[in-house]
Ligand binder design. Structure first.
Ligand SMILES: NC(=O)c1ccc[n+]([C@@H]2O[C@H](COP(=O)([O-])OP(=O)(O)OC[C@H]3O[C@@H](n4cnc5c(N)ncnc54)[C@H](OP(=O)(O)O)[C@@H]3O)[C@@H](O)[C@H]2O)c1
Length: 254
């Protein structure tokens, strides 16, 4: 009997780490729905890349900061599951979409704090809650944290605190969703060269070298260092990995 192809939903799959995750997941033989916030063209290009790998793919608009839109988002997900994937549920959710705001603890404004809360914590919290209605049992959730939740770099108090919250939430989700055989893990990348934070890790040579100098493997991270780890967590080989924080930082700030 043919095994049904699994489907993953990756938020923020248009660029950076999410794009890399989506493609790495597709390389495991899993179909993918990606979301984008504003960059539809880039999302469409990722869909084409996944289709060229022989998997089904689709992209949908989603602003994770706006939980009032989540019900209509999942109506769109259901429609696309039916039309493109000829099914009604998906298997893996990767809560990747996010932004960084660099400011000191003392300088952080309430507006910055609220924006980070909405995108980095409240969004994934309620998105996941609603996603469970359209997810199969025996699947998984991968949340995305940061190395900054373990070590401290000045300027990331609010951002890192939200990611710390996601790490705690991961354990609670794993505990409660175990009954449905849904595994929940959190991947914590170190500093990676993407557009994140205005592309500072990639474009600011001094920052790049400073991070490389405090990383055991002697360089900053690249998107290719991350996607495969998330794809592994969406695979059968990871069936007994649950409630884990997996840092993928090349050994940063040991
Ligand atoms: N890069 C790093 O050094 C690093 C390290 C640790 C953790 N992380 C985490 O990894 C995740 C991805 O970061 P990245 O480096 O790939 O960033 P990125 O290159 O800036 O890409 C961000 C992605 O998130 C989407 N996005 C941004 N705001 C959104 C919103 N309000 N609603 C929905 N989607 C939104 C973007 O969509 P559009 O393309 O449509 O704008 C894009 O797909 C984030 O959670 C970040 O905190 C990054």
């Amino acid at each position: 009997m043919a095994v049904n192809t699994k489907i993953a939903l990756v938020t923020g799959g248009s660029r950076g780490l999410g794009k890399n995750m989506a493609i790495a997941i597709a390389k495991k033989g899993i179909d993918v729905i990606i979301t984008y916030n504003s960059k539809k063209d880039e999302a469409d290009a990722v869909v084409k890349e996944i289709e060229a790998l022989g998997q089904k793919a689709s992209s949908l608009q989603l602003n994770v900061a706006d939980s009032a839109t989540f019900d209509s988002f999942f109506i769109n997900v259901s429609e696309v599951l039916k039309s493109t994937f000829t099914t009604d549920k998906f298997d893996f959710l990767v809560n990747n979409a996010g932004i960084g705001i660099h400011n000191s603890f003392v300088g952080t404004t309430e507006a910055e704090f609220d924006q980070l809360t909405n995108i980095q914590f409240k969004g994934p919290f309620f998105l996941t809650q609603k996603a469970l209605n359209v997810m199969n049992d025996n699947g998984g959730i991968v949340n995305i944290s940061t190395g900054l939740a373990r070590f401290s770099f000045p300027g990331y108090a609010a951002y890192a605190a939200m990611k710390g919250a996601i790490e705690t939430l991961t354990r609670y989700q794993a505990k409660e969703l175990g009954a449905r055989k849904i595994r929940v893990n959190v991947v914590a990348p170190g500093a990676i060269e993407t557009d994140f934070g205005g592309g500072v890790v990639r474009d600011n040579e001094q920052m790049n070298q400073q991070i490389a100098s405090v990383t055991a493997l002697g360089r900053v991270g690249l998107p290719d260092d991350i996607g495969g780890v998330v794809a592994f967590l969406c695979s059968e080989e990871a069936r007994w990995v649950n409630a884990q924080r997996i840092e993928v930082s090349g050994g940063m700030m040991l």
